[in-house]
Design a protein around this ligand. Structure first.
Ligand SMILES: [Zn+2]
Length: 366
């Protein structure tokens, strides 16, 4: 299971020679092993790192068990570096070569789908789950004092006894209170030991509210969603809820970035939209976050001497006068430049209104 620790290890990997990063969607509902192998072969066709291509293909053909919905592979054979991480969440297809592993897609996954805790609660107890990147990591349950027994006792003892009802129903309230308090304490222990960073609560509206009120403020702030469910809900049900909310969270995060990009571009400071302005910002190392539609490609030119990127055809670099070189995909070059200069890259999916010149933009450092 991919963790923050793996991410840090990838961050620390600086290869003097190129690193091949491969992300492949292997969602079983969209295709089979053969179709994915074929797609991978096409994606790797232009890659000249033959040893790394062979290592990736060997892994896919011999070791990958195809149970995952995506796979991330990093290879730099010259330094003997090879890592493969099967994922329970689909990844978007991507192949990139750079002097370090491309980690942004995995950082995004951790950001959106990492460290989920789910508490399913009723008046008597709680069932707890921790999900990480779409996989069930741990589960536990606790059962407090029976509420039903007291309820039955209360109704029978009320017959013919004045005032007995209020005593018994307050005894029931006390039991519920105690159960909820214990469930909350138990949950916090569980969430803490499973590195949970966001919490979902399932149950009836009443029980969700009661349980939530028993959580300390700091833990309440980690609650990202609630859903109605009964205590016998299946793993699959709970899992799909967690994924659904993870997806919504991710969409919100990307939408926030897009909002900043659009607002600041309109103000004329702090952001740009369109390939020309983006390339000029990349050339001067001003990119904080490069935002780009996943399948956007554009031909362009690079000056190897001063590093200027442009889409304007010219004989010589307008910056330094040296000759410039044609590249079939200047967007790839912009992504590599940005990552190398410590910027972030956000590849956009599922935002269909990003068309034409809006397919690329950036939030700037200054
Ligand atoms: Zn130049």
């Amino acid at each position: 299971m991919f963790t923050e620790k793996d991410l840090r290890e990838l961050l620390d990997c600086n290869a003097p020679d190129a690193v091949l990063s491969v992300f492949l969607n292997t969602d079983p509902s969209l295709g089979n092993a053969d179709s994915y192998k074929l797609r991978l072969r096409n994606m790797l066709k232009k890659v000249r790192l033959t040893e790394d291509v062979a290592a990736v293909e060997r892994y896919i053909n011999m070791e990958y068990d195809w149970s995952g919905r995506g796979i991330a592979i990093f290879s730099s054979s010259k330094i003997g570096f090879f890592r493969a991480y099967p994922m329970a969440i689909p990844l978007h297809d991507r192949v990139q070569i750079g002097d370090s592993p491309v980690i942004k897609p995995l950082a995004n996954l951790l950001d959106s789908y990492g460290g989920y805790g789910v508490a399913l609660v009723d008046k008597q107890g709680a069932r707890l789950f921790s999900f990480h990147l779409g996989e069930l990591k741990e589960q536990e349950g606790m059962l407090g004092d029976s509420v039903k027994r007291i309820k039955r006792g209360a109704s029978s003892s009320m017959v013919g006894r004045r005032g007995g009802g209020s005593t018994d129903s307050s005894a029931m309230d006390e039991t519920i209170d105690r159960n909820m308090r214990e469930a909350a304490e138990f949950s916090i222990d569980f969430f803490e030991s499973n590195d949970v960073r966001r919490i979902l609560i399932g149950g009836t509206d009443d029980n969700i509210a009661l349980f939530r009120s028993q959580l300390p403020k700091a833990w309440q702030s980690l609650v990202v969603g609630t859903f109605s469910a009964n205590m016998s809900a299946s793993h699959a049900e709970i899992h799909s809820k967690a994924i659904e909310i993870g997806r919504a969270e991710n969409k919100k995060r990307v939408q926030r970035l897009l909002d900043i990009m659009v607002t600041n571009t309109a103000k004329g400071q702090g952001a740009v939209i369109g390939i020309r302005d983006v390339l000029s910002a990349v050339s001067s190392g001003r990119i904080k976050t490069l935002i780009c539609v996943n399948d956007y490609h554009e031909a362009g030119y690079i000056c190897k001497s001063c590093g200027i990127l442009t889409v304007e055809p010219a004989e010589h670099c307008e910056g330094c006068g040296e000759s410039i070189e044609y590249v079939p995909d200047i967007v790839e070059a912009a992504i590599a430049y940005t990552l190398r200069s410590g910027g972030e890259v956000e590849l956009i999916h599922d935002f269909p209104y990003l068309e034409g010149d809006n397919k690329i933009g950036a939030i700037l450092r200054y």
